[in-house]
Design a protein around this ligand. Sequence first.
Ligand code: VGL
Ligand code: ZN
Length: 211
Amino acid sequence: MNSALLLIDLQNDFCPGGALAVADGDAVISVANQAMAFCRRTGIPVVASLDWHPRHHGSFAVNAGNEVGGAGLLDGLPQVWWPVHCVQDTPGAQLHPRLHYQWIDKKILKGRQPDIDSYSAFFDNGHRGQTELDDWLRALGITHLTVMGLATDYCVKFTVLDALSLGYRTDVLAEGCRGVNLAAGDSRQALEEMRRHGARLVTLDEVMRGV
Ligand code: VGL
Ligand code: ZN
């Protein structure tokens, strides 16, 4: 089995104190470090996605003239309006300082186009364009992904659903995920939706035992 670990958006802005802080978001950093340590011992590549927006990104409520947390359309696609977050080359967009980022083999930047959001690390929200992630994994013969990160109900969920439809066997490390939860229960429902589409929910213990 040819596996990779996929870390989603472990950036300052999604952690407490950040612009789009996810409750307890920084609690997953130690999970990521433990999973990466296992990957290093066993030769499994580590990929990290980064939300990487231009300052004038259309998903930012202030740019759309809307209220944070509201919903509308961006270039014809449903869009939640977010606070300004993960602006390219700002501290909020940097990986969390406790993350052992020197163990990351490949970074995937997403959300760079101002007129479309990109929750998934594979495709933008309209599947109009794709990142280099699928090509990179395919070139290494990767068939199996373990995914964790922020946020459960957005970027983790859409990455996992795309991974499944691309044919990857996909495990979700649930204790390594935390959600935005605009509505109560969103993260729980997101995990259930991923499971229903064929993802396996796994524990760090299982990952470390190679189960
Ligand atoms: C994310 C909302 C906006 C995420 C990114 O990483 O889940 N959520 N941009
Ligand atoms: Zn974003």
